[in-house]
Ligand binder design. Structure first.
Ligand SMILES: *[C@@H]1O[C@H](CO)[C@@H](O)[C@H](O)[C@H]1NC(C)=O
Ligand SMILES: *[C@@H]1O[C@H](CO)[C@@H](O)[C@H](O)[C@H]1NC(C)=O
Length: 579
C-alpha cells in the first residue's frame, strides 16, 4: 500500500522548498519551544477532563459567534469568546465518516467509511481492528462516557459503544430519531420500517419516551458529572442528535413554548429549527454549570463542533433548515458549507488568550491532540494516523502542524477534494482547494437560508454575559466582559463574501469532469474557479489526490440485512441482530 507522506513529513519537505521563510519560522519555533518547554511539561503532568460536544448537522451560520443575529446561542458564544474559535476546522461531509475520523484519527478512506452514512439494517460498522479515542484515553486512566448518537454500527455486539472503550452509554445507535418517541424510520422498497432506538448501555430505555431528547442527554451528562469521582479524569463524548431532522414528514421537533418565543422567524420550519438550536445551547450551559459545581471546570477542555454542515432545506430525505451561509453547498458536499464546521475549543489553560484562529485543523487531528492534552505521548500512537497532534499549536498559538487536508475521496460517488495551505510563491496567503466530481443529489451547489431578516433582533451581548456558561466562567477568572472585545472576536470570526460571482448569480462551477480550483483565502465562498489559470497547481493537487487514491480502502457498505434486522423481530427495537 502506497501512502502519501503524512502532513508532518510533507511540512518538512515543503520547508526546504521555501528556504528563507522556513528558516525564519524554524528559528522562531525553536525559541518558542525553549521558552515554553518547562511550561509544557507542567501542563502535561496533570490530566484534564475532556468534554467533546458534537452537534449534528448544524450549519456555519447557526451560531452567534459567526455573525448571525437570528438564533441566540449565548452559552456557546460565551465559551467561544473566551476560548479559541477554530475558524479553519474541517470535518467530513456526512455523519458516519466524521465520527469515524474523530474516533480513529484517520481519514475515512483508510477505514472504509468514506461513503454515505451507515443505515438502519445495514450489517456494517467501524472495523474494530481500529483502536478508538475512548480506548486510548482509558489507557491513560480516563473514565469514559458517551451520551447521544453513536452511528458507527451495531449489527454485532463487538461494534457497540460499550465494547469500544466507553463504560456507559445513553443514546441511539442509528443516525437520527424522533425527539420524543426515539423511533427511527427507514424506507425500504416503499415501506417505512420503524423501530425504537434509545438504549441505556445495552438495554432499550423505554422509560424515557416523551422526554425531549436534548434535555434527556443534558440531564444524563449532568448526572455523570455529579456522580464522577473528580480525582479521576473524565472523558465525556456528548454527541447530540440535535439538530438533525428526526421523522419523515415531521422533521423538526422542539418544545412549543420555545418555538413560540422565536416568532420573529417567519418561516415555520426555520423557527422550529432555531428552537432546537437554542435547546442545544441551553444544554451546553447546564453542562458547564455542572462542571463548575463539581469544581471540575478549571481542569476541563471543552471542544465544540458540528459533524458536518447543515443539509439546509433542500435535502429530500432529511432537511433541517439550517444555514451554512455565506458558504457554498450543504451537508454531503465537499463545498465549504458541507465541511467547514463551526468549532471552538475552551479550556482554562487558554483563558488568557481568547482568539479567532486560522490554524488549519482536520477532525482527525483530535485523537492525537486530545491524547497529548490528556498527558499521553502522541509518539506512542500508531505511526500511520492521518491526524496531526495540534495541542501545542492551539495552546501556545503556534502555526498549525497541518499543511494539507484530504476532504474525502468517494470512489462510488466519484467525488474528491483536498485543501492545501502551501504555496511556494506566497506561503502566507494561499489556501488552495481542489474539488472534482459532482455531489449527485440535485441542486446542492448553491447558497441557502441566509438567516438574514429585518425582523432579527440585534445581537445581544447582555444575553451572553448573563447566560449560565458565562456565569460559570466568572468563578474561575474574569472573562471578557467588554462588549467591544466580544464584538471584535465576532467580527473576526464572520465570513463575508462579495455578493456576486463575475459570471452572474446563476453561475455554478462545473467540476464534474475537470477539477475546480479555489483560493479560499480570497474566496471562501468558492465563487471563482481559478483552475484555467493555475494548471500547475491543479496538476500538483490532482496528483496528490491520485496518491491518496492508492491507499483507499473500499467502502464497507453492505446490502440491507432484512428481514433479519427488522425491529418487528425484536419487540419493535432496532437491535443487534447478528452473532
Ligand atoms: C485566465 O485564463 C483565461 C484563458 O483560459 C484568460 O482568458 C484570462 O485572461 C486569464 N485570466 C487571468 C487573470 O490571467
Ligand atoms: C416491549 O416493548 C414495550 C413498548 O412497546 C415495552 O413496554 C416492553 O417492556 C417491551 N418488552 C420487553 C420484554 O422488553
Amino acid at each position: 500500500m502506497v501512502r502519501p507522506a503524512s502532513d508532518g513529513r510533507r511540512h518538512r519537505r515543503f520547508r526546504r522548498d521555501s528556504k528563507s521563510i522556513a528558516s525564519v519560522i524554524a528559528v522562531e519555533l525553536c525559541a518558542v519551544a525553549v521558552m515554553f518547554a518547562s511550561a509544557v511539561e507542567s501542563v502535561q503532568s496533570f490530566r484534564p477532563h475532556i468534554v467533546v460536544i458534537l452537534a449534528d448537522d448544524m450549519g456555519w451560520n447557526d451560531v452567534g459567534w459567526h455573525g448571525s443575529d437570528q438564533i441566540p446561542t449565548p452559552n456557546l458564544d460565551a465559551l467561544a469568546y473566551n476560548g479559541v474559535i477554530l475558524n479553519h476546522h474541517y470535518v467530513q461531509p456526512v455523519c458516519t465518516p466524521s465520527r469515524a475520523a474523530l474516533m480513529t484519527g484517520r481519514y475515512p478512506i483508510h477505514t472504509g467509511l468514506q461513503g454515505s452514512p451507515i443505515t438502519p439494517a445495514e450489517p456494517a460498522g467501524l472495523p474494530y481492528q481500529f483502536k478508538i479515542m475512548p480506548e486510548y484515553l482509558r489507557d491513560l486512566g480516563y473514565r469514559t462516557h458517551i451520551v447521544g448518537k453513536w452511528h458507527l454500527g451495531y449489527y454485532r455486539r463487538p461494534y457497540l459503544p460499550l465494547n469500544r472503550g466507553f463504560e456507559s452509554f445513553l443514546g441511539v445507535h442509528n443516525g437520527y430519531c424522533g425527539y420524543y418517541d426515539y423511533m427511527t424510520q427507514w424506507e425500504v422498497d416503499g415501506n417505512l420500517i420503524s423501530g425504537f432506538d434509545l438504549y441505556k448501555n445495552e438495554t432499550p430505555a423505554w422509560e424515557h419516551v416523551g422526554r425531549y431528547a436534548t434535555e434527556l442527554y443534558s440531564s444524563e451528562a449532568v448526572r455523570l458529572i455529579k456522580d464522577h469521582d473528580a480525582t479521576e479524569p473524565m472523558f465525556l463524548y456528548m454527541a447530540h442528535t440535535a439538530v438533525h431532522a428526526g421523522h419523515r414528514g415531521r422533521f423538526l421537533e422542539a418544545p412549543q413554548g420555545r418555538t413560540n418565543s422565536l416568532k420573529y422567524i417567519l418561516e415555520p420550519n426555520r423557527r422550529t429549527y432555531a428552537a432546537m438550536v437554542t435547546k442545544l445551547d441551553d444544554s451546553v450551559g447546564e453542562l458547564v454549570d455542572a462542571l463548575r459545581e463539581r469544581d471540575m471546570l478549571s481542569n476541563t477542555i471543552i471542544l465544540f463542533m458540528s459533524d458536518n454542515g447543515a443539509p439546509a432545506n433542500i435535502d429530500a430525505l432529511y432537511p433541517n433548515w439550517g444555514s451554512n451561509f455565506p458558504l457554498r453547498g450543504v451537508k454531503g458536499t465537499l463545498w465549504e458549507g458541507g465541511v467547514r464546521s463551526p468549532t471552538f475549543v475552551w479550556s482554562a489553560q487558554l483563558q488568557n488568550n481568547p482568539r479567532v484562529s486560522d490554524q488549519f485543523i482536520h477532525i482527525s487531528d483530535w485523537l492525537p491532540t486530545l491524547y497529548t492534552a490528556a498527558g499521553g505521548d502522541s509518539t506512542n500512537l500508531p505511526a500511520d494516523l492521518d491526524g496531526v497532534d495540534q495541542w501545542n499549536s492551539i495552546l501556545w498559538n503556534l502555526p498549525s502542524r497541518r499543511f494539507q487536508a484530504l476532504l474525502n475521496i468517494d470512489e462510488r460517488e466519484r467525488s474528491a477534494g483536498i485543501i492545501t495551505k502551501f504555496d511556494t510563491v506566497d506561503p502566507t496567503r494561499r489556501t488552495w482547494k481542489l474539488v472534482v466530481g459532482s455531489f449527485g443529489r440535485g441542486n446542492v451547489n448553491g447558497y441557502y437560508n441566509s438567516g438574514k431578516s429585518p425582523l432579527n433582533p440585534a445581537y445581544d451581548y447582555n444575553k451572553v454575559i448573563n447566560c449560565k456558561a458565562y456565569r460559570a466562567l466568572t468563578t474561575l477568572f474574569e472573562p471578557t466582559t467588554k462588549e467591544y472585545k466580544m464584538a471584535d472576536l465576532r467580527r473576526q470570526a464572520t465570513i463575508t463574501c462579495s455578493s456576486q460571482s463575475p459570471l452572474g448569480s446563476n453561475y455554478e462551477p462545473k467540476c464534474d469532469e475537470t477539477p475546480c480550483l479555489f483560493n479560499l483565502e480570497t474566496d471562501p465562498c468558492e465563487k471563482f474557479d481559478l483552475s484555467p489559470n493555475n494548471t500547475a497547481i491543479v496538476q500538483r493537487l490532482y496528483n496528490t489526490l491520485k496518491l491518496f487514491r492508492r491507499s483507499l480502502v473500499p467502502q464497507i457498505h453492505q446490502p440491507l440485512d432484512l428481514p433479519a434486522a427488522d425491529p418487528a423481530r425484536f419487540n419493535n427495537t432496532w437491535s443487534t441482530w447478528a452473532f
